[in-house]
Design a protein around this ligand. Structure first.
Ligand SMILES: Cc1cc2nc3c(=O)[nH]c(=O)nc-3n(C[C@H](O)[C@H](O)[C@H](O)COP(=O)(O)OP(=O)(O)OC[C@H]3O[C@@H](n4cnc5c(N)ncnc54)[C@H](O)[C@@H]3O)c2cc1C
Length: 383
């Protein structure tokens, strides 16, 4: 927990300085993908840090990755367009065959292939992923996929998609999480041949979509690991995802706190800086304290993950505290700016909308509280 990755942080800061508020505002207005930003991060080698050196990645740990994402968000940028390129490959790395790893990981590390689409959520099952209805039926040396996913982000900017589908029904299995499998789908071959992508307009610029599978034929070699064990593989990756998203929340919180502090110092009302009022200072100080406390939990969770220790509780708590801290800081920053907080040119309203997402995705606050209640405190399962 002592390593702070100062070199990585300053390199990321330098690259992010090329993408100021105007860049993100323009994209937001056009609902466009930050292609140049993603290219810069890819070429800087920052999206391949979790891929081992034997597959041409940097072989760094999650703690280093959290430093990268925190700095991106602290700079006022948004990593949501590409963060999944960092961690979605974890399922292939941990559960893929030697052939799959050698074929895909070096190309993902270089950015030649983008694996940043992750299809789990469905419209009717919501958070209860064991009730997904998308099926993959074995047919000779192929699987045939039918169903629908929703909120499949970045799929239009991805070459590959990790898909969770049922290969046997819930009723056929003793446990509800059995009978689901993970597939690596080549989007380039699938679109127009059984895969249809439809963008979902949202309150933030997130490149998210719904996808429809209509007799999509994929090679049997697309299966990752063992058939029927896919849900466990997806769960394995969730701790990493939650810790990384927490670091984005910490970055957002730091951005809001700095922005609010600067504005409060400069804005004069009643003949003095508004920062001289404790009513303005205290919410900034509270947001700072909350973000520092949450950051400690993020660092603890990342350190446990990197040490190969169990970290489910810490990853969930970090995600909740960091998302709460960023939302508290967002609300404080908007309030500190008064009416100007609503003006797009300050970027506060954009970051405010963007950071609100983390109360809901990738996992909602209630479900984290249920996890803590059940798995940490031993209280009865509530759902
Ligand atoms: C912009 C965006 C991008 C996303 N990207 C992806 C992606 O790339 N891939 C992907 O697979 N998914 C993605 N998601 C989906 C996201 O993970 C889900 O939206 C999230 O997990 C919540 O699921 P849901 O929307 O179905 O809510 P629901 O499960 O319908 O829940 C609705 C509300 O009820 C509450 N609730 C539900 N059950 C309980 C319970 N038992 N106890 C207490 N409260 C409960 C929840 O906390 C929530 O507040 C994305 C979502 C968004 C908005």
């Amino acid at each position: 927990m002592t390593e702070n990755f100062e070199d990585i942080r300053s390199s990321v800061q330098a690259l992010c300085a090329e993408f100021p508020g105007e860049y993100w505002r323009q994209l937001d207005a056009e609902k466009a993908y930050p292609t140049e930003f993603v290219k810069t991060m890819t070429e800087g080698g920052f999206l391949g840090v979790l891929i081992p050196e034997e597959y041409d990645g940097s072989g760094l740990g999650l703690s280093a990755a959290t430093a990268i994402l925190e700095e991106i968000h602290k700079s006022g940028c948004n990593a949501a367009a590409c963060h999944a390129q960092m961690y979605t490959m974890g399922t292939v790395l941990r559960h893929g065959s030697v052939a799959q790893k050698s074929e895909y990981l070096p190309k993902i590390a270089s950015g030649e292939l983008r694996l940043q689409a992750f299809g789990v959520t469905e419209p009717t099952s919501g958070t209860d992923a064991t009730r997904i209805k998308t099926t993959a039926a074995k047919d000779g040396d192929e699987y045939v996929v039918n169903g629908q996913k929703v909120w499949t982000s970045r799929v239009e900017h991805s070459d590959l998609m990790l898909l969770l589908a049922r290969t046997s029904s819930r009723q056929e299995n003793a446990k509800r999480h059995e009978g689901m499998s993970v597939f690596l789908i080549d989007i380039r071959e699938a679109v127009g041949n059984g895969l249809t992508i439809r963008p979902i307009p949202t309150m933030i610029n997130h490149a998210t979509t719904e996808v429809f599978f209509d007799d999509l034929h994929i090679p049997a070699s697309s299966l990752i690991g063992q058939e029927g064990k896919g849900f466990k593989y997806i769960l394995d990756g969730m701790n990493a995802e939650r810790i990384l998203i927490s670091s984005e929340c910490i970055g957002d919180a730091r951005w809001f706190i700095e922005k609010a502090s600067n504005y409060a110092r400069d804005r004069n009302v009643f003949g003095r800086a508004i920062a001289e009022n404790q009513g303005v200072q205290f919410p900034i100080a509270k947001a700072y304290a909350a973000s520092e406390a949450a950051d400690l939990m993020v660092k603890k969770a990342a350190a446990l993950f990197d040490a190969g220790e169990p970290c489910g509780a810490e990853a969930n708590i970090a995600k909740m505290l960091a998302a709460d801290a960023s939302w508290q800081a967002a609300d404080m920053c908007l309030q500190t700016h008064g009416g100007f907080g609503f003006a797009e040119e300050y970027d506060v309203e954009r970051k405010f909308r963007e950071t609100r997402l983390y109360q809901i995705a990738p996992i909602s606050t209630n479900l984290i509280l249920s996890y803590i209640a059940e798995h940490v405190l031993g209280l009865p399962r509530s759902y």
